[in-house]
Design a protein around this ligand. Structure first.
Ligand code: NAD
Length: 329
């Protein structure tokens, strides 16, 4: 049995806390918003996961010291924009042997750091093993034990295998991968492509256009990844094409939904408000544009989504992406 702290009580942190508890581990969940914890403790429900029952026996705390102390594994499950501040605040309470697991999907805009890079940087000189856990995994499905796969990626094979062992159960098959950078890049970039797929739906285009955007989007992500030195195989695995498929097509995907709303004429602010949960594809855009420049790699769909977010007509942009070779910005 492992002792595990989960930092973040959003849908993903909650679904993972439930899974890990039912796997037989001791689990404490922390949130920056104490009212969130009180609701879960009292109702055994998360407001955004209506069909998911939260078991008795999970522990809740608004105190980072309690959540981090004595843990074998610490799971960072807050949205990407909060990762740095949460890691910095948690740092004094993290033992050097605790395995730090990031399940957030994003790239820090100022540094282009991946989420495990941000955690390492925020914690300071640390020998803690770091693992990125990513794949086609909607909380809504993991929370009711629908079959799912996920990738445990780390430079430290023993840490990747520990995470594999701790998370695996008959409903969750966990693979290991040493290409952390590739796995994390896929997790961030696929949300942007999912926005594009949603935009296409929102305009009223069909499955043909969506399939084209998803496929060309995958090529775009892989092109950037290869320029960054990632392993090509990662892009065509579960953390790559697997996660892109689920994010760009699932009714559970808030990125896809936000894209749909943009395609239907809402502004980015209206779309985020209507979705009511973090839309990581929008957060990832500035870093993606920066990486495109740094590595001199064309990302036409990403650029197109950025234009739409800044007020361009969605139909004009998608028509351009579908109909003629991209000429660069
Ligand atoms: N939901 C999923 O199915 C899923 C699956 C895989 C990965 N992820 C990733 O997990 C991360 C978290 O996503 P989510 O879906 O749980 O988000 P969410 O929108 O459900 O949760 C947001 C949570 O952020 C936390 N929060 C809000 N303000 C904060 C602050 N100031 N400081 C610290 N924490 C604060 C709160 O606990 C809040 O519930 C994202 O990066 C997402 O891409 C989500």
């Amino acid at each position: 049995m492992a002792t595990i702290g989960i930092l973040g009580a959003g849908t993903w942190g909650t679904a993972l806390a439930r899974l890990l508890y039912l796997n037989g581990h001791s689990v404490t969940i922390w949130s920056a918003i104490p009212a969130e914890l009180e609701t879960m403790q009292q109702t055994h429900r998360h407001p955004k996961l209506p069909g998911v029952e939260i078991p008795d026996g999970l522990r809740y705390t608004p105190d980072l010291c309690t959540a981090c102390s004595g843990t074998d594994l610490l799971v960072f499950a807050v949205p990407s924009v909060f990762i740095r501040q949460v890691a910095a605040a948690a740092a004094p309470y993290i033992a050097p042997e605790t395995i730090l697991v990031s399940v957030a999907k994003g790239i820090e805009p100022e540094t282009f750091f991946s989420m495990t890079d941000v955690i390492r940087d925020a914690i300071g000189e640390t020998a803690n093993p770091l693992v990125a856990l990513s794949g086609p995994t909607h909380a809504e499905e993991v929370g009711v034990d629908l079959p799912t796969t996920i990738v445990s990626a780390s430079d430290d094979p023993a840490a990747a295998e520990t995470v594999q062992r701790v998370f695996s159960n008959p409903f969750l098959r966990t693979y290991t991968n040493s290409d952390v950078r590739g796995v994390e890049l896929c997790g961030a970039m696929k949300n942007i492509i999912a926005l594009a797929a949603g935009v296409s739906d929102g305009i009223g285009y069909g499955d043909n256009a969506k399939a084209a955007l998803i496929t060309r989007g995958m090529v775009e992500i892989a092109r950037l990844g290869e320029a960054m030195g990632c392993d090509r195989a990662t892009f065509y695995g579960l953390a790559g094409i697997g996660d892109l498929i689920v994010t760009a097509t699932s009714r559970h995907s808030r990125n896809n939904r936000a894209g749909y709303l943009l395609g239907a004429g809402r502004t980015a602010e209206q779309a985020v408000q209507e979705v009511g949960m973090v839309v990581e594809g929008l957060n990832a855009l500035p870093a993606a544009l920066g990486l495109s420049k740094r590595y001199n790699v064309e990302l036409p769909i990403t650029f197109g989504v950025n234009e739409i977010v800044h007020g361009a007509d969605p139909k004009t942009i998608v028509n351009r992406l579908m109909n003629r070779a991209y000429k660069g910005e």
